[in-house]
Design a protein around this ligand. Structure first.
Ligand SMILES: Nc1ncnc2c1ncn2[C@@H]1O[C@H](COP(=O)(O)OP(=O)(O)O)[C@@H](O)[C@H]1O
Ligand SMILES: [Mg+2]
Length: 477
């Protein structure tokens, strides 16, 4: 705040200077006016000839001033000196242009190299033409005015010398007092330990800082939730990885004790299967991390044909389905079912749904993938004739690492968590539930659904209808 103050100060002095001079000039102009009028009264005309009755003592009185020099003169129309001092310079114009007889006017001039203030008036007989008017002038140097102006300036500056430091002290005091809560808040935040994510306690925060601490607390809260999710995820992942690794170790120890080549081969076979399982788990973990990390893909979503996407993935699974003796089918929803999506993530999503359907359906079963659409939404359905799912389990299967007990089928519990994560990125909703026949009665198996908001590309500019075309008047040649 001192910098702008230092900038404003010279401006205030300049303004004071200007005002002081015009104030100081006013009373001295008045006395100059009276003197000019008094001299004007001494001029008279006799038969048209000017006469100046100016006794010596009067002149002496005019000059009686210990500070300033006073000049006066009476000039004939051709600027010839009739009476008074020749040092006083005549005005630039020989004849008055707009002045009136008897009015007193002022101008600034120079005499003997010093600035002076001049009061002047014209004297004439009634009806006399302008060319014959007499000019009476009284000039005075500016010493008294300058002294008065300087006194005014000095008094203002002296008071500023007192007021400005006082203001600085007050501002400094006010600011440091006002900012103290902020300093205290900073100290409190700085003194926190690294893992301390407790919100800032409200009672000790001043009202003005409340919005700031509220925002800060909200951020801390999100951070804490995030960290909690991360921590749980890492713990769960570690736990899940430990199981296959422990199994691997047991199998390896078992194999080392084996001497029969047949049994050794069998043990190695089991080890290979365990490694497959572990690497599948790692794949799932990676793809979940990738789906989570792509929260910013929202901008990279592009219009995709849902039908084509699902068909392509289903084709990839056909060989495996045949291998497992499951009838894998695809029911198209027709062309033009478009959603905003990320092709890579979408493939991951469909993969997981088909993987589950094939996994939880015994040989001889049937899995059908279909694409459906209405005005607002487009959806994928993967229906199977497998072991099915209860309503209670269906509520949890999208949680990470949640697996239904006793299915006897291998898995990580991450597949549907990945589906949900990707669905969220697409503003879609995913669900898994017991299958139902067309009439609503319970049927074998389960059905997984993902419902997307349908994307409508902006329609191309409409071609004018034939009727409109006809109504356009044809220009007559
Ligand atoms: N098509 C399905 N039929 C029956 N149960 C299913 C089906 N899909 C998923 N589930 C159940 O949901 C659970 C979670 O599935 P998921 O997240 O893919 O994990 P995972 O398949 O690795 O066990 C599975 O353990 C399974 O019990
Ligand atoms: Mg699965």
């Amino acid at each position: 705040m001192l910098a702008p103050l230092l900038f404003v100060w010279p401006i205030s002095i300049a303004i004071t200077h200007y005002i002081a001079y015009s104030v100081a000039g006013f009373p001295y102009d008045q006395s100059l006016r009276e003197q000019a009028t008094a001299i004007g009264r001494k001029v008279s005309f006799e038969n048209g000839k000017p006469r100046v009755a100016f006794p010596g003592p009067a002149r002496a009185m005019l000059r009686a001033d210990e500070l300033d020099s006073v000049y006066f003169h009476v000039l004939a129309p051709d600027h010839k000196l009739i009476a008074g001092d020749s040092e006083l310079p005549p005005p630039a114009l020989a004849t008055p242009v707009e002045e009136e007889v008897g009015e007193v006017y002022f101008r600034d001039a120079e005499a003997d190299g010093r600035d002076i203030r001049v009061a002047y008036l014209y004297v004439a007989e009634p009806g006399m033409p302008r060319e014959r008017w007499l000019l009476v002038e009284v000039g005075e140097t500016l010493e008294k005015r300058a002294q008065l102006a300087n006194k005014i300036i000095a008094s203002v500056i002296v008071s500023q010398f007192i007021i400005i430091p006082l203001a600085v002290v007050l501002v400094w005091f006010g600011l440091s007092q006002g900012l103290r809560p902020l300093t205290r808040l900073r100290e409190r935040i700085e003194s926190r330990s690294e893992g301390d994510l407790a919100p800032i306690a409200a009672p000790r925060v001043p009202e003005e800082l409340q919005p700031l601490t509220d925002a800060f607390n909200a951020m801390i809260d999100r951070l804490r939730q995030n960290m909690e999710v991360q921590r749980r995820f890492v713990a769960d992942a570690a736990h899940q990885l430990r199981t296959p690794l422990t199994g691997l170790k047991t199998q390896a120890q078992f194999a080392m004790r084996e001497s029969d080549p047949q049994a050794l081969r069998h043990a190695l076979q089991q080890i290979a299967t365990s490694v497959d399982r572990a690497s599948h788990l790692v794949d799932q973990l990676l793809s979940l991390a990738r789906a989570e990390g792509s929260e910013n893909t929202q901008q990279t979503l592009s219009p995709l044909d849902l039908d084509q996407q699902v068909r392509a993935v289903v084709e990839d699974w056909v060989m495996l389905a045949i291998d497992r003796q499951i009838d894998l089918g695809f029911e198209s929803g027709g062309p033009g079912i478009t959603i905003l999506g990320n092709a890579f993530l979408l493939r991951e999503l469909i993969n997981n749904l088909i993987d589950n359907a094939l996994r939880y359906t015994p040989a001889g079963g049937r899995v059908t993938c279909r694409v459906l659409a209405d005005d607002e939404s487009a959806r994928i359905e993967v229906e199977d004739s497998g072991i099915g799912i209860s309503e209670q389990d269906a509520a949890h299967v999208f949680d990470r690492f949640y697996r239904v007990e006793g299915t006897g089928i291998d898995g990580s519990g991450l597949g549907l968590a990945i589906v949900r994560e990707i669905a969220d990125l697409h503003d879609a909703s995913a669900s898994l539930g017991p299958n139902r026949a067309a009439d609503g009665s319970p049927a074998r198996g389960a059905v997984a659904r993902v419902v997307f908001p349908r994307h409508r590309p902006a329609p191309p500019p409409e071609a004018p209808s034939p009727q409109q075309q006809r109504s356009i008047p044809l220009p007559l040649a």
